[in-house]
Structure formats: structure tokens, C-alpha cells
Ligand binder design. Structure first.
Ligand code: SF4
Ligand code: SF4
Length: 451
């Protein structure tokens, strides 16, 4: 198949096309592994919603190849097809030829950010996102005016009237996923070292995340309690910052590298056996540090060693086994549906472990939703940058979760939790949504859920 010159290259002449630079363009050897069979199209959420070949994995691989060969330009028309990719990696799971689309799109995103001049409004919104989200201290300062904003009822007003959507769909998208800010968002009260309960089995580090520590601090507290109850001494270095997931996924090369170095340094002298993370997107990036810092002679080896120690909390607990006793969460059987986060399912191939852990809780009955492997539309900040596609995917995801008839949704990623909560509320449904670590914590502590 030929990439249509008109569709992607309507402004540039064939001479002097602006394309990728020489710094790690998408690898032609990886591109050549694609046999163009199209199996990946059925599981690609952007193709499902937009319905165009160029918004599918196969189409984007054609584009990368054509840009590499100087046949088309890196311009507005081609970049919009890369931007529409959620980075969910469902195509990597589906592809029978083992095409490493994750590496291809990652290389492409870094190229786009270096070589494509975005519009002023796009630059501004990205600047806002990249200066705030990977910076929990800055985000915490912003929580003060946001708390006032919510208390004065502006949030309810904008959500009810849809006024903000007419001004800026992206700002409206940002506003619509803002969770309720509580006093807990201003506290950082986990100590540096928390001893294991009973016989110590492991010494583990815990990464707090950015969104997780501000908006979902009970999930971090629950994770620490579950780990200590299962014989882990927990270390939480206060110098840790952002894991770099957000800048890495959006092609912000230097910011991602700086954050990865800071994270490695913060755990350097802790002597931990493993580094535990309870957020899917962060875990995937932490395991990629060897790749992110491959060109850094000082950090290359340290990054590989660090990445080898990273474990998702559920992956870790399912491997080492639970030693703490679990009690039922409810008097009657509790049916719950586990929401597969893409960066766990496709990025880290973790799907059995969370289900195994949840099924160890007495009286829990697990339900499976339709299209469990399709992204909910959150995808890092995708729902802020591409709100229309994200809206449709959020709607579909919530419909499928509700159709299981489950009493509760278990979600292992803060982005998915925010997206699903938003669409539950838009569909007028109230169903609790909790992290699997919270459910295990309740079960260990004998706390009952309301039914
Ligand atoms: S990425 Fe894989 S599944 Fe998709 S077209 Fe290429 S070879 Fe086929
Ligand atoms: S990462 Fe997800 S959205 Fe992007 S091409 Fe693959 S399946 Fe489609």
C-alpha cells in the first residue's frame, strides 16, 4: 500500500522535506518486521473510533517508513496521526509478527517534539501539563486555588453548563477529570522506613507517583500496609520525584532523562531488593529506564540495574505469595470487575496476577468485561490532549464494565480511575472504584465494605 501524498504531504514539496533527524529515528529494521497483515487494526482503539487507516498501527508504520525515506514530510497532516495514537500497546500484544510498535512510536514521538513546530495553543497546553504533572510540589501548590474553586461551586457550574467546552475543549477535559480535593492531598505523612510485620522477608522501596500521591494517597498508604503485613520492610526515599512516564510518553526527551536519573539516585543507597510501584503507567516507564538512558555513559548500567528491580505491586505479591490472612469484605458474595490498565496488560504483560490476588479474598467473584483489552481513553494525558476520541472510549469502557453487573470496579491505575469515575458520573451511575491494593488492605484489616 502507498501512503497518499496528498493526504499527508499537502504543503511540502518533495524536495527539502522536513523529516526525522539522525538521533534515533524509528528503526527501519523494526519497521520492516511489519508484514502489513492488518491483524492489529481490530484491537486498536484509535482506529476503532476514527476509522482511518492512518490512525491505525499499520498506517502509522507506513508513515514512519515514508518519512524515514524522505517521501513525505513531518508536518501537521502526518503528526496528527501520530498524536492520535494512545500508546496503549494493544497492537504489540496482537501482532503475530512481533512488531515492536512501542519502540517505533516512542522514537517517533521524540522526533516529533524535536522537529515539528506545534501551534502556540498546543505548545501552551503542553507546557502547562509538563511543568505541572511531573512536579508534585508545584501541583500541590496549585491544589489550594483548586480547592477554593471546588468549594465555591465553580466545578459543578462548569460541568453542568458545559461552558468551558465552548471556550477550550482541552481545558474542559482537564476540569472534567479533576477529582475531589481533600485535606489528605496536602499531607505527605508516610515515614522514610516502615518495618515489616512479623518475620522480615524483603526490603523494598516504594514509589509514590505524582497523581497517586496527591489525589490517591489512600492507595499508597494501603500499598505500604499490604507490603508490611506480608513481611516487607518498606523504604520511601523523600528525594524521589516523578518516574518520567508522562514526559517519556510525550517525547520530552531531556525532561524524561533528568527525572529518570533523579529517581535512580534517590534509591541508590537504600539497599532495597525490589522497587515497588502501584500505578501501571509509571511501572512500565520505570522498567524502561535502561532504554531511556542508553546513551548516558554514567547512568546506562545503573539504569539497567534499577529497572531490573522494578515490580508492579500486584506482580510482586503474586510472585512472593501473600502471608497475611485475608477476610471477606462483605457478608454476601462480592462480584467485582477488574479493569485491565493498558500499561500493565500490554506494556508489562500483567493480567493474571491481579486476578489471582483478588480471587484469594474470600467471597469475591470476578467478572470479565467485553473488550477488556481495549483502552479506556485515559492513556496518560491523552484524554486531555485528544478529548474527543478519549470521550468515546471512556463511554464504551464504562458501558462494558457496567454490563458485567459487578458491585465494584478494581482499577490499578490512577489515570484509568479518573477516566472511569468521570464517565460513571456522566452516565449517572454510582459504583465504587478501588485499587486492588486497597481491597487487599481492607481484607487484611478485616474492614467491611457497605453493600
Ligand atoms: S503491526 Fe503486526 S499485526 Fe499490524 S499490520 Fe504489521 S505485522 Fe500485521
Ligand atoms: S498503541 Fe494503541 S492506539 Fe496506538 S497504534 Fe497501537 S493499538 Fe493503536
Amino acid at each position: 500500500m502507498q501512503v497518499s501524498e496528498n493526504s499527508v504531504n499537502n504543503t511540502a514539496s518533495l524536495k527539502n522535506l522536513k523529516g526525522f533527524d539522525a538521533n534515533h529515528p524509528p528503526d527501519p529494521k523494526l519497521i520492516d518486521t511489519c508484514v502489513h497483515c492488518g491483524f492489529c487494526l481490530a484491537t486498536c482503539p484509535s482506529y476503532r473510533v476514527i476509522g482511518k487507516e492512518m490512525d491505525s498501527p499499520r498506517g502509522r508504520i507506513y508513515l514512519m517508513d515514508a518519512i524515514n525515506k524522505g517521501e513525505i514530510a513531518l508536518n501537521t497532516a502526518s503528526v496528527q496521526h501520530f498524536d492520535s495514537c494512545l500508546g496503549c500497546l494493544a497492537c504489540v500484544t496482537t501482532c503475530p509478527s512481533g512488531v515492536q510498535y512501542d519502540k517505533l512510536i516512542s522514537a517517533t514521538r521524540h522526533q516529533v517534539e524535536r522537529n515539528y513546530p506545534r501551534s502556540l495553543s498546543d505548545r501552551l497546553i503542553r507546557k502547562l501539563i509538563f511543568s505541572l504533572f511531573p512536579n508534585p510540589d508545584a501541583l500541590r501548590i496549585l491544589l489550594v486555588p483548586l480547592l477554593v474553586y471546588q468549594k465555591l461551586g465553580f466545578s459543578k457550574f462548569f460541568r453542568a453548563t458545559g461552558l468551558l467546552k465552548n471556550i477550550s475543549p482541552r481545558l474542559a477535559a482537564m476540569e472534567s477529570i479533576l477529582p475531589k480535593i481533600t485535606l489528605k492531598s496536602f499531607q505527605d505523612n508516610l515515614p522514610d522506613v516502615i518495618p515489616a510485620q512479623g518475620k522480615k522477608r524483603y526490603r523494598v522501596g516504594v514509589i509514590l507517583g505524582c497523581v497517586q500521591r496527591l489525589f490517591f494517597s489512600p492507595v499508597n498508604e494501603a500499598t505500604v500496609r499490604v507490603l508490611t503485613a506480608n513481611g516487607c520492610e518498606v523504604v520511601i526515599p523523600k528525594s524521589q520525584g516523578c518516574c518520567a512516564a508522562l514526559p517519556e510518553h510525550q517525547g520530552q526527551t531531556e525532561q524524561a532523562k533528568a527525572l529518570a536519573r533523579q529517581m535512580i539516585d534517590s534509591f541508590a543507597k537504600t539497599g532495597v531488593d525490589f522497587v515497588i510501584i502501584n500505578a501501571a503507567g509509571c511501572g512500565h516507564t520505570l522498567k524502561e529506564y535502561g532504554h531511556i538512558l542508553e546513551d548516558d555513559p554514567e547512568y546506562r548500567e545503573k539504569a539497567k540495574e534499577f529497572a531490573a528491580k522494578v515490580r508492579d505491586a500486584q506482580e510482586f505479591l503474586a510472585t512472593v505469595g501473600l502471608t497475611a490472612k485475608l477476610s471477606p469484605l462483605t457478608e454476601k458474595p462480592l462480584s467485582l470487575v477488574y479493569q485491565d490498565a493498558c500499561h500493565l496488560l500490554h506494556g508489562q504483560k500483567i493480567s493474571v496476577q491481579p486476578r489471582q490476588l483478588l480471587q484469594q479474598i474470600p467471597r469475591v467473584k470476578l467478572k470479565e468485561p467485553l473488550d477488556a483489552a481495549i483502552c479506556c481513553g485515559s492513556a496518560g494525558v491523552y484524554n486531555l490532549l485528544q478529548p474527543e476520541v478519549a470521550e468515546e472510549l471512556g463511554k464504551q469502557k464504562v458501558r462494558n464494565l457496567l454490563n458485567t453487573g459487578a458491585d465494584l470496579i478494581a482499577s490499578p491505575n490512577p489515570g484509568c480511575t479518573l477516566q472511569i469515575s468521570k464517565h460513571l458520573s456522566l452516565q449517572g451511575k454510582e459504583i465504587p472504584i478501588m485499587h486492588p491494593m486497597e481491597l487487599l488492605d481492607y481484607s487484611i484489616r478485616g474492614i467491611k465494605l457497605q453493600q
